[in-house]
Design a protein around this ligand. Structure first.
Ligand code: GDG
Length: 460
């Protein structure tokens, strides 16, 4: 079996693994690496005035971890700039927040070239290379220019937008051409795949065959939809263990029999947090019987705080939570608990299990793993209800959820009310169909599916 080379912006080293804080994706990728032997390459997460020319290397068993530092300018232009202020908002349909500068784009190209250059000495002829996400689209193209002919796959964790949105990117053609330097492209959903194929046909003058083969920019490649998932069995285990943990008990006691609605999201404008708070205010306004009887807990660890839009969002959220609490709180009850911090995966699973309603309302989301984790964490005897935005990739799979439009505050309030009042039998039915899917479609299955497809391309 060929070695597997994983390239992603951040690398999860075994040090992270020992702390038990690792997400399902890191665990699955690590398992695949251990099985085949190989290497995980990416940014170290460090910014250094004078980054070392030689990457940091660490080997554990059959797997090496190779990481490079970034200079402040690289960090600004590649990471905060083109990745997080151009591609991220654009792919999430936020043209109003999409900034384009040639300087940032050349920084993005420069860092990808630098990464390719640093990875090169580690590559062997029959390796299989798997690149992750929007930070690293040009990797394959850069490696090909350096003469690499290895099989290369790319997985996009975020949405691929509709053609008209993508065309707003001044260098849209370069980006798609670089996508076509891979042999396999993986998208989260059929919707993303169709958007990409639309571009290939209409803009690139390429061909898309019914079996998913694409011919464009003089290359032949395969593109498919491979919905990512969570480590279902592990979340189940965590949730059961954490049901009696001290923090879960404290949460339960603090609720005093009130129903809990829960949201868990990185503090990001794509997650629809503001709309969620407003909808919860509307619930209290339109269905006053809920006052004093329900609590909304939003866990929102801050992310990308160097990007101004994230700081602004944080202020808006504080103001909206304060507004709802100011309007409805009583001396012995606060409607919104808004927490800007993270918890361990185990405690989080315990909290999710405690909640009657899981509120997942992104304005756009590649998949959304919290939706799947909420389902996995439920108690089979008395499961809660998942309320899910139709604009999350997960909505195409989790058909037992109450699907909502996050732009419709009254509709969301109505769905919250429906969820809170849903009889046990209906809750069980809805939950079972979703849980059964997650039992088989977990993150390991996803990983094997993508890597298996890459292997097959080699044989063809
Ligand atoms: C991107 C795409 C796609 C959150 N708070 C804590 C915590 N989390 C964990 C969640 C979940 C993960 O972070 C977030 O994953 P999401 O899928 O919800 O969203 P993104 O971070 O935007 O991820 C997304 C994903 O990539 C995978 O392809 O689904 O669409 O945007 O696992 O549980 N984990 C811990 N403490 C927290 O406080 N330990």
């Amino acid at each position: 079996m060929s070695r597997l080379i994983v390239v992603s912006n951040r690398v999860a080293t075994p040090r992270h693994a020992r702390s038990g804080s690792q997400g399902g994706l890191a665990v699955a990728v690590q398992a695949a690496l251990e099985e085949r032997g190989g290497l995980w390459f990416g940014w170290s997460g460090e910014v250094d005035e004078q980054p070392a020319r030689k990457p940091d290397e660490f080997t554990s068993g059959a797997v090496s971890y190779v990481t490079s530092d970034l200079s402040p300018r690289d960090y600004e232009e590649y990471y905060n700039g083109f990745a997080n202020r151009t591609l991220w908002p654009l792919m999430h349909y936020r043209l109003d927040l999409t900034e384009f500068s040639r300087r940032n784009y050349s920084g993005y190209e420069r860092v990808n070239a630098l990464f390719a250059d640093r990875l090169l000495p580690y590559l062997q002829d029959d390796d299989v290379v798997w690149v992750h996400d929007y930070h690293l689209i040009p990797m394959a193209d850069q490696l090909r220019h350096a003469g690499c002919s290895q099989r290369m796959g790319f997985f996009l964790h975020i949405p691929w937008p509709a053609l008209e949105v993508f065309l707003a990117l001044p260098n849209h053609r370069d980006i798609v051409k670089q996508m076509c330097a891979y042999d396999l492209l993986g998208f989260q959903t059929e919707r993303d795949l169709a958007n990409f194929q639309h571009y290939i046909r209409v803009e690139a003058g390429g061909r898309v065959d019914p079996d998913g083969t694409i011919m464009a920019f003089g290359r032949r490649l395969v593109a498919g939809a491979y919905p990512i998932s969570t480590d279902t069995a592990r979340v189940v285990e965590f949730a059961q263990e954490a049901a009696d943990a001290r923090q879960t008990q404290r949460l339960r006691e603090s609720l005093r029999g009130r129903d809990l609605l829960i949201g868990v999201d990185r503090l990001d404008y794509s997650k629809g947090l503001l709309q969620r708070f407003r909808a919860f205010g509307t619930l209290l306004e339109n269905y006053p019987a809920n006052r004093g009887r329900v609590v909304m807990m939003q866990i929102a660890p801050p992310s990308r705080q160097d990007v101004p839009e994230y700081l602004q969002l944080r202020q808006h959220l504080e103001s909206e939570a304060g507004h709802v609490n100011g309007a409805y709180a009583e001396f012995d009850w606060n409607p919104i608990r808004y927490l800007n911090k993270g918890f361990s995966r185990r405690i989080l699973a315990g909290f999710l299990r405690q909640a009657r309603v899981g509120v997942v309302t992104p304005l756009r989301d590649g998949m959304n793993l919290v939706a799947k984790e909420y389902v996995a964490a439920q108690n089979a005897e008395d499961p809660g209800v998942l309320m899910l935005s139709r604009f999350a990739g997960a909505a195409l799979e989790l058909d037992g959820a109450l699907l909502v439009n996050p732009y419709d505050a009254e509709g969301m309030a109505e769905a919250m009310q429906t969820a809170l009042a849903m009889p046990l039998e209906e809750r069980r039915e809805r939950w079972q169909t979703m849980f059964r899917r997650l039992e088989t479609h977990d993150v390991d299955a996803w990983c094997k599916q993508v890597v298996g497809q890459l292997d097959r391309i080699g044989q063809g």
